[in-house]
Design a protein. Structure first.
Length: 47
């Protein structure tokens, strides 16, 4: 039972590390237009 629990925790922690790593390096998926959306909102507010 301990081995099964360790495997569940290892799988969970690997996903957490992967997701947190993306946040740390400011990862934006290629299908996202986030920088353009931010730029458009800033230009709209500044105008």
């Amino acid at each position: 039972m301990g081995i099964a629990g360790a495997l569940v925790v290892a799988k969970w922690s690997w996903g957490l590390i992967r997701d947190a790593g993306g946040v740390v390096v400011d990862y934006v998926p290629s299908n996202e237009d986030l920088p353009e959306e931010i730029r458009a909102v800033i230009e709209e507010v500044a105008a």
